[in-house]
Design a protein around this ligand. Structure first.
Ligand SMILES: Nc1ncnc2c1ncn2[C@@H]1O[C@H](COP(=O)(O)OP(=O)(O)OP(=O)(O)O)[C@@H](O)[C@H]1O
Ligand SMILES: [Mg+2]
Length: 267
């Protein structure tokens, strides 16, 4: 479990208290400059807070210690790839861990298969599409068997199809491998799958709760220049027009069922 307690960073973050449960999926959203990436760097341990502590499994993490059990995926794959060979790129981190070569080969194959890259392993990494490169970075992170994966705007540089691939892979990693996900995005529709969402504004958590309650926060989001995901916008519009739509409807299918229900009630 990761706990942030009374965490501040000069004038960038103010008194942040968030718990990231093991195997959970937490979303963090906020406008440009709200402190999202600073928070990601502090959770990973690349940067120390000026006040407060990061607890890992109940113990204070010492200052200056980077957590190897927390993977960090950034927006640009180019800056995160270390080799032109796909296999070498995944194996690199494992070699630094001094693992036996058989274990490295096994983990590399598993991680590449997870990212649908095993069949492409003889292609130079820079020939992959941006989406595939991002999957390669994820494979490299997953080979290290982290307890948590932080995604800091991990899909902002890739096309819609690559985006879906990466988002599906992240969901699968959370559900099937039990890896805790900390998903940072300025786009709420991307993190709507999270169990809990926190909204940051100028370094403060201004809202935290379940995504199914987010449509009640439209004025707050508007003030931050953020938009409700289209489905939640529809829910909000229908509720404000007097229709009794369940908070629980979160997918297109569930919304369609709700809309059919309220329309058939009103005829
Ligand atoms: N090393 C630094 N020194 C001083 N100020 C910084 C530093 N890094 C970031 N900042 C400032 O801290 C604030 C938060 O930046 P941060 O990158 O964490 O925000 P963000 O929410 O990730 O923004 P974006 O949506 O643009 O990625 C910004 O005002 C930024 O200018
Ligand atoms: Mg950022």
């Amino acid at each position: 479990m990761i706990e942030l307690k009374h965490l501040s960073l000069s004038n960038i973050l103010t008194n942040i208290n968030i718990t990231f449960p093991e195997g959970g999926y937490i979303g963090i959203a906020g406008p440009n400059g709200s402190g999202k990436s600073s928070l990601a760097r502090i959770i990973k341990g690349i940067q120390d807070p000026s006040r407060g502590e990061v607890y890992i499994n109940g113990e204070i993490r010492p200052k200056g210690k980077v957590s190897s059990g927390i993977g960090l995926l950034l927006s640009s794959p180019e800056n995160q790839l270390v080799s032109s060979s796909i296999e070498e790129d995944v194996a690199f981190g494992l070699e630094n861990m001094n693992l036996p070569s058989l274990e490295i080969a096994k983990r590399t194959e598993e991680a590449l298969k997870l990212g649908d890259l095993w069949e492409l392993r003889d292609i130079p990494a820079h020939h992959l599409s941006a989406g595939q490169q991002q999957m390669l970075v994820i494979a490299g992170i997953m080979a290290m068997q982290p307890g948590y994966l932080i995604i800091d705007e991990g899909t902002s540089m890739i096309d819609p199809q690559g985006r879906v691939t990466v988002l599906d892979a992240v969901k699968k990693i959370n559900r099937e491998k039990g890896v805790g996900v900390i998903h940072i995005s300025h786009d709420l529709s991307e993190i709507i799958v999270a169990r809990t969402i926190f909204i940051l504004d100028r370094g403060n958590v201004v809202w935290g709760g379940e995504p199914s309650k987010l449509h009640h926060q439209e004025p707050l989001l508007r003030g931050l220049g953020m938009e409700l995901p289209p489905l939640l916008k529809l829910k909000s519009l229908m509720i404000s027009s007097g229709y009794d739509i369940s908070d629980k409807a979160m997918t297109a299918e569930e919304m369609a069922d709700e809309v059919i229900k309220v329309i058939s009630r009103s005829v």
